[in-house]
Ligand binder design. Structure first.
Ligand SMILES: *Cc1c(COP(=O)(O)O)cnc(C)c1O
Length: 382
């Protein structure tokens, strides 16, 4: 049996190699290896796609988050609220500014930032909230923004999983004061290396980010800020602009495969498919199935024996990551995030998986869960 890879970039390269070579040839001919029109053209196209006035390309998603917070003058003495169930980068960006990370737990069925937990975490030192549109499912932004407005704090979307996702018809990236995107290769819109960007309607923020990404350099060799080297390079910009034209079709394909999983895996003992809110149009960066407590790793092992790769997003919640050992967090502080970390398994889902591969995965999940749950009383998951 040919293995089902979690992601398969070789398949992508084989399919689109000719077109990618043409983009690369144009880049070589341009002779512009930093800055130049390609960067501006991609930024313009991506801002238009997100429905924002500006997009500012940067080197990666972590710095998209960090530079935005820095541009807002977030630093020592300030607090920023972040979900406990996210990639480390969301929290890391805050730590790098010198501000304090304040974690909030998430909703049990979606894994998204819990509004009541956010309200409980607000203090007079809170400067910003960073909701994460985890797995490509948008956060309920209207009530969150109402809370933020009342508390006079800014909202920065972490949209690293949500290129093209819609909340009440509007694209993620245009739902708050600013949004940070990663174009890491595995993301829905992925570069061929590292890249990121910030989208916003705020002209002053966009100007400040353009300063910060280029060592604070203005004209005449004057460095006006303690900036970074965090530019989006023109080769990535050119390749990303080519990819952006395909993004909606690829996201549609992800939705098709997710719908198949949701229909075919519903009702399997010991397994629960991800929840979707009525106002959400997710883009399925991942398909994290919840597996009955204690059986997740058995399921992953059995699938791998059948040649099917899976992934775990995320095996450790933020507060249990060793890099944050100095923070005042303990096991038990964010029980929903901990439970999810122990029970989620992301099944293979990208636009280039074939119907046969998804069918094999469904059959293997059903067979394995039937076996693992046989004899034991299936615990209903809530
Ligand atoms: C990937 C990711 C980031 C950061 O992206 P990099 O480009 O890898 O720095 C931030 N937040 C989330 C939720 C991510 O998945």
């Amino acid at each position: 049996m040919i293995p089902v890879r979690y992601v398969n970039f070789q398949r992508f390269s084989a399919r689109y190699g000719d077109e990618l070579h043409a983009v690369f040839a144009r880049f070589l001919e341009s002779g512009t290896y930093s800055g130049g029109p390609e960067v501006g053209e991609f930024e313009h196209a991506f801002a238009q796609y997100c429905g924002t006035r500006f997009a500012v390309g940067v080197a990666n998603g972590l710095e998209a988050l960090e530079l935005t917070l820095r541009a807002w003058r977030v630093g020592p003495g300030d607090e920023v609220i972040v979900p406990a169930n996210t990639a480390v980068q969301t929290a890391l960006a805050v730590v790098h500014t010198g501000a304090r990370v304040v974690l909030a737990d998430v909703e049990p069925d979606t894994g998204l930032l819990d509004l009541a937990a956010v309200e409980a975490a607000l203090t007079p030192a809170t400067r910003a909230i960073v909701p994460v549109h985890l797995y490509g499912h948008p956060v309920d932004m209207e009530p969150l923004r109402a809370v933020a407005t009342r508390a006079r704090v800014r909202v920065l979307e972490d949209a690293a999983h949500a290129h093209g996702a819609r909340y009440r018809g509007r694209r993620c990236g245009g739902l708050a004061d600013a949004a940070a995107f990663s174009f890491y290769p595995t993301k829905n819109l992925g570069a061929f290396g590292d890249a990121g960007c910030v989208t916003t309607d705020d002209a002053a923020l966009a100007d400040e980010l353009r300063l910060l990404r280029a060592c604070g350099l203005t004209t005449g060799y004057r460095h006006e800020r303690l900036g970074y080297t965090s530019r989006l390079d023109p080769l990535q910009a050119a390749l990303l602009r080519w990819k952006l034209a395909h993004l909606d079709a690829w996201n549609d394909r992800r939705r098709e495969l997710a719908a198949t999983y949701r229909a075919e895996l519903a009702g399997i003992p010991g397994l629960i498919v991800p929840a979707v809110r009525p106002w959400a149009e997710p883009v399925w960066y991942a398909f994290p199935a919840r597996v009955q407590h204690g059986l997740r790793d058995d399921l992953a092992r059995a699938l791998l024996e059948d040649g099917i790769e899976t992934n775990v997003h995320y095996r450790l919640p933020v507060h249990l990551q060793p890099c944050f050992a100095g923070q005042p967090w303990h096991r038990g502080d964010f029980p929903v995030s901990e439970l999810r970390a122990d029970s989620l398994l992301s099944l293979p889902l990208d636009p280039f998986h074939t119907a046969d591969e998804i069918g094999r995965t469904i059959a293997a999940v059903r067979r394995t869960m039937d076996r693992l749950c046989a004899g034991s009383q299936a615990v209903s998951l809530t």
